[in-house]
Design a binder for this molecule. Structure first.
Ligand code: COI
Length: 357
């Protein structure tokens, strides 16, 4: 069946996979809903936006994305409250950021009306995949790839923008142990660290696999020049609680401008918790761990939400952080406060919720 809205054509899937999904046992990013949104850039403009059944796609082997990694993506979530209302959280931020990432990779910016109309039409069609209840969400993955078939190291002239959706619980199932980088780097001044460029993530896989061999799930990246300043963890921004004060690194060319990160900074202000946004040295955090003033470390991101970090290692010195499960931890406080806003369970004084009507 094909339905035409003003701008977007919709082909509804003849069958649904939903009956085969165990929503109580989801592995992050493995199950996808029945539909996806697709829009192509050709002849200098984005055109032919459509929603169609989720399916494999064919691209020429010479498509530039396969050779030069000209690809960017976003991560966002939809939530459902107990009355069945569906909400996005600060979606304009994701829209702005994917276009900022695209611009950095010499890709065309995507129009705001297509982004929101595509997203909302998709969510309405696949609404049954969004389960109510704190802890449930539908992870949304908008992305753009260079489709032009050409082995030539220059920007493509054709692109595909897509949104796929995956029901999600938590990204990390327990507290995370991290290794602080002292050799490999994630990003550099003037580089693409602030963009959600696909290659940023691929470049972390090897050093992260080395960390995993040592029993750590993630690497906390440091500045490429000196490895003395703490930056981000690749899948999340990082916060340190020293006594009752929070500290997080400022965003820059090298660090992703996380939406969960900036929400926590605002919530800290609302809750009367001091949050310093400044450069943090590895030494300072090691000293705080040694003298007992380091109370908590946690990561913040859309997929990870807020994930406590229970240990970190730097140059063979291991630090265990006690109190990860403390009832009065900041990680728990921020997570609950954020989830309550996202699930329409508390006041939304900053207007972060966006209802999909
Ligand atoms: C997100 O938090 O949405 C991300 O994009 C991180 C990703 C590596 C899962």
């Amino acid at each position: 069946m094909a339905i035409y809205t003003d701008k977007i054509s919709v082909e509804v899937s003849k069958t649904s996979k939903i009956e085969n999904v165990d929503f109580s046992d989801l592995t992050f990013g493995r199950v996808f809903t029945d539909h996806m949104f697709v829009c192509d850039y050709e002849d200098g403009k984005w055109q032919n936006p459509k929603i169609m059944p989720y399916q494999a796609m064919t691209f020429e082997p010479s498509a530039r994305v396969f050779h030069y990694g000209q690809a960017v993506f976003e991560g966002m979530k939809a939530y459902k409250d107990d009355d069945g209302k569906v909400f996005l959280f600060r979606p304009k931020q994701n829209f702005n950021r994917i276009n900022k990432s695209s611009a950095r990779l010499a890709m065309p910016v995507f129009p705001e009306n297509y982004f929101f109309e595509g997203l909302e039409a998709l969510l309405k069609l696949d609404s049954d995949w969004i389960k109510p209840g704190v802890g449930n969400s539908l992870y949304l993955r908008p992305f753009v790839i260079a489709t032009e078939p050409a082995i030539s190291a220059s920007p493509a002239s054709t692109y595909r923008f897509m949104i796929i959706c995956s029901p999600a619980k938590s990204y990390y199932n327990s507290a995370v142990r991290v290794l602080i980088a002292d050799h490999y780097s994630r990003s550099a001044n003037g580089g693409v660290g602030a963009a959600k460029a696909a290659g940023n993530y691929a470049a972390q896989f090897y050093p992260t696999s080395l960390a995993q061999q040592k029993g750590f799930q993630q690497v906390v990246w440091t500045d490429a020049d000196t490895h003395t300043f703490l930056e981000e963890a690749g899948t999340m921004n990082v916060f340190f609680r020293v006594n009752d004060k929070l500290i997080t690194a400022p965003t820059s060319d090298r660090i992703l401008d996380g939406i969960t990160r900036k929400s926590i900074i605002q919530l800290a202000e609302d809750l009367g918790i001091t949050c310093e946004v400044r450069q943090i040295t590895v030494e300072e955090i090691k000293n705080a761990a040694k003298d007992g003033s380091l109370k908590e470390v946690f990561g913040a991101g859309t997929a990870a939400v807020i994930s406590p970090i229970s240990a970190f290692e730097h140059q063979d010195e291991l630090f265990e952080i006690s109190g990860v499960d403390a009832e009065d931890s900041y990680a728990k406080l921020f997570k609950q406060t954020l989830l309550n806003i996202q699930h329409n369970l508390s006041e939304d004084k900053h207007g972060w919720r966006h209802e999909v009507k």
